[in-house]
Design a protein around this ligand. Structure first.
Ligand code: FES
Length: 312
């Protein structure tokens, strides 16, 4: 008759007491990959960020479902089920509170902590990416006065109040050149004076004829100038007369504004950003993009590598 050794007996009884462990799961790895893709996508591409979010959501859901399975599983019934009959004299037995295993607690705590850390990292980045799209959407249309005030082939410095209610602090400066007509249509080059490195005001590299200044509508001031280009005093950025960057740290050409002519007056329209300009005047080919803040590339590999606004 086989005799069970004391060691074997201990081992088998210990095995029976060990709580059942959930099998190893791949869901946390998928979730982590999804978060990594989201963070990479926020820098590289919005599409990648969305794909990463979907991956993280799917794997996160599967992970949570796995972890909470023991809690959600119905309690095993015990047959036969017996209960003592309650009488008015006997005290009601207290129901045992539901308990959760240590594994469940640790998994829940890990998930919660991961969500908090993910939120802290992701939300500010998301805010910086998305909010600029919802701000400064409506450029005011400004009447800069009769087009006769803009001599053909010459630059004029035009300053105006963007928001007359707040006064001079909203004054903006444009460099405007009347290019004459192209196929019977008036052409104007309308450059925004703000440097596209970090936003300092640029200045014409050439004489400014203050004594020929004229005003229109109390707030628009026009001053003739004869620039060989435009320069920024902050870090030495230089631009040619088409607004192309020629030296220094600016990352693109000067921004421009659309224009229209209504009742013989020049009306300023929507602002936009420009990668570069080929050619000159009315025949210039303008590589046009949506309005971006200073310091942001609008084309080439840098636009993918550095899509976010430079902190100032
Ligand atoms: S802000 Fe103009 S060069 Fe830096």
């Amino acid at each position: 008759m086989p005799v069970e050794s004391p060691g074997e007996s201990d081992l088998s009884s210990h095995d029976n007491e060990t709580p059942h462990q959930p099998p190893p799961s791949l869901w946390p790895i998928g979730f982590a990959v999804g978060i990594a893709v989201v963070l990479t996508g926020l820098v590289v591409s919005t599409v990648a960020a969305v794909v990463g979010a979907v991956i993280a959501l799917v794997f996160g859901f599967l992970w949570v479902r796995d972890v909470t399975r023991p809690v959600r599983a119905p309690a095993p019934s015990v047959e036969p089920e017996t209960r003592a009959a309650l009488t008015s004299d006997a005290p009601a037995s207290e129901e045992e509170p539901a308990t959760y295993g240590r594994n469940t607690f640790l998994a829940g705590a890990t998930l919660g902590l991961g969500a908090v850390i993910g939120g802290v990292i992701t939300l500010p980045v998301l805010g910086f990416m998305v909010l600029p799209s919802f701000t400064n959407q409506h450029e005011p249309e400004v009447d800069l006065g009769p087009i006769d005030e803009f001599p053909e082939g010459e630059y004029v410095i035009a300053t105006f109040l963007e928001n007359p209610e707040i006064g001079e602090v909203s004054r903006r400066t444009m460099y405007i050149r009347n290019n004459g007509q192209l196929r019977g249509v008036p052409s104007f080059t309308v450059l925004y004076s703000r440097c596209v490195h970090l936003g300092c005001p640029t200045q014409p590299n050439g004489p400014i004829f203050e004594d020929e200044k004229s005003t229109f509508d109390d707030s628009v001031v026009l001053i003739p100038t004869l620039p060989a280009g435009f320069g920024c005093p902050c870090h030495g950025g230089q631009y040619d007369t088409e607004g192309n960057r020629t030296a220094g740290p600016p990352v693109r050409a000067l921004d421009r504004a659309e224009f229209s002519i209504i009742d013989g007056n020049l009306i300023l329209g929507t602002f936009y950003s420009v990668a570069k300009v080929e050619g000159q005047g009315a025949r210039a080919r303008i590589y046009k993009y949506g309005k971006m803040p200073p310091g942001v590339h609008v084309d080439g590999a840098e636009a993918w590598l550095y899509p976010l606004e430079v902190p100032r």
